[in-house]
Ligand binder design. Sequence first.
Ligand code: HEM
Length: 323
Amino acid sequence: MAVVVPQFTCELPGTLRFVTTDIEATARSIHQVLRSSPTSSPIDRALHAKGTIALGGFTPSGALSDLTTAPHIVTVATSAIVRFSHPGGDPQVLDALPSGRGMAVKLATPDGVHDLVGVSSPAFLVRDGSSFLELLAARAPDPATGEPDPDAILAFVSAHPESLPAIQAAMTARVPTSYCSLTYNGLHTFFLVDAAGVRHPFRWSWVPVAGEAYLDSPVDEGLDLAAELTDRLARHPADAGFELEVQFGEPGDPTGDPTVIWPERPTVVAGRLDLTAIAGEVEPIIFDPTNVIAGVALDDDDEILQLRSATYGLSYAARTSRG
Ligand code: HEM
């Protein structure tokens, strides 16, 4: 079934932003701050340090075939590597800790790799790198208490009201029953590019086929989401899947800013991801949200997207240069 969406770019007058930050320098500062945390491990990721990797396959629905030339979204089934993670930089963090979670998917398409790297939050915390550095400073533990200073966080939020949706989501996050019981959102705007070169702005989410489910507190401190995934793949593999849902932009939806939640509107299922097994040795592996192929384009006004790529590269270089 073909889907009809408006043909335009969202960069309307008044919402146009230019990326002016020195991305590499900001990425180095961020990486240095993250690595200075006492719980950071030099051989693990600077963030999302604790994770589990599975293998699977992605089958397109064909619903978007008129809107992109990317083969894996049109007709071609591809293999997938999927890493689920806890967002912090501590590789020993308890799974029972309430927080958002991450899901990174690498699709091996005939035309190259397409990475879809998302989180369970509906929005990101900041729209530029200097604000992210401010946030890291505000969240740094107070030497007197060993805990973040609530006044510093409050001061950050009042200076950056755009961070509120993500902060609210973090404060109300619950513990999932499974890595497969959360919806994970890409948050950035991307573009499908059709055969005529027309760009269709969209955002994506991985939506669990088994539905969302959370544990009631108090949660057993021994909760082990990696073991749960192994068990699920052995006993209920049909419940270890996700649909790739796509929401199209409409005029007035800002691009270049992952702090903004677009209005709710109907979505289209682009395809389905089925997990089949826990992965053997696939590390070291890097998932980079700027890894796209022809038929999918990046949002050049999105500073966070560029910053992610630069910071992930530094984190990867650091964790693979040891030992
Ligand atoms: C200023 C913005 C951000 C910074 C500096 C940042 C930093 C990082 C770093 C350093 C890593 C480890 C990379 C590696 O060693 O391979 C990472 C991983 C990750 N980030 Fe971000 N991040 C940012 C924004 C985001 C956003 C907006 C999302 C979701 C849309 C996200 C989702 C993830 C996920 C899921 C992983 C784990 C990837 C994996 O499993 O290998 N991050 N991030």
